[in-house]
Design a protein around this ligand. Structure first.
Ligand code: SF4
Length: 217
């Protein structure tokens, strides 16, 4: 590093750039942990990711949603799903909300495997849990704000998050510690309880979703 006493930090990347590098590094460590577990189970990375995406779902998941989350074509997602169905880890059946469409669920064998793979990155959960509570809350809110900004660029796949959920009622109790409300649970929703991936999520109409994310960004 070429340090000049008059301006020793001139070459330091912007905070925004270092945030992105830090997130990318964390993501690659997590990905490596999942892949290690997946390889031991004879799964390729895409198949491993699909198991994670189907985990804890009470409703079936559409193939198109999976493809968007994986940033791959529907044909490619379909190949991965077919391999998982053949391994007995995923089952395909009629969608509950549209009898003409099909949806995907984990089988019991798939659920057990997805749980084992999640344990493979439990070290990251443990690390986050060791942060002071205020730091955890600030980090969570910061990540939500970053996701809200990314959504504006339309380069971020749809999330099953509170801010895009039909049950989310923003600012029902303005100025309080729990300003929002979940109409499904019928309870105030503190910012630190906002979900990024909720099994009960039902998509909001696009206008309400846009308004929620914009208000949060
Ligand atoms: S907790 Fe779940 S059901 Fe309630 S608003 Fe959030 S995403 Fe929707």
């Amino acid at each position: 590093m070429d340090i000049k006493p008059e301006n020793p930090w001139q070459g330091t990347p912007d905070i925004s750039a270092r945030i992105v590098v830090a997130i990318a590094r964390i993501a690659s460590v997590l990905r490596a942990g999942v892949w290690e577990a997946a390889t031991a189970e004879n799964l390729n990375p895409a198949q491993a990711e699909i198991l994670q995406l189907l985990r804890d779902r009470t409703q079936g998941v559409r193939l198109s949603w999976l493809a968007a989350q994986l940033s791959v074509s529907a044909a490619s997602a379909s190949d991965s799903v077919a391999a998982l169905v053949a391994k007995g880890l995923v089952r395909k059946a009629r969608a509950e909300d549209d009898g003409r469409a099909s949806a995907l669920w984990l089988t019991d064998k798939g659920k057990a495997l997805a749980a084992r793979m999640a344990q493979a990155v439990g070290f990251a959960d443990d690390a986050a849990a060791r942060l002071p509570g205020d730091d955890q809350a600030a980090l969570l809110v910061g990540l939500f704000k970053l996701i809200a900004q990314l959504q504006k660029s339309e380069r971020f796949p749809a999330l099953r998050a509170c801010l895009s959920c039909r049950y989310f009622e923003p600012n029902v109790f303005p100025g309080s510690a729990a300003p929002h409300h979940c109409a499904l649970v019928k309870a105030p929703l503190p910012i630190t309880f906002l979900r990024i991936d909720c099994a009960e999520h039902v998509p909001a109409d696009p206008v309400a979703e846009r308004r929620n994310w914009d208000a949060f960004a």
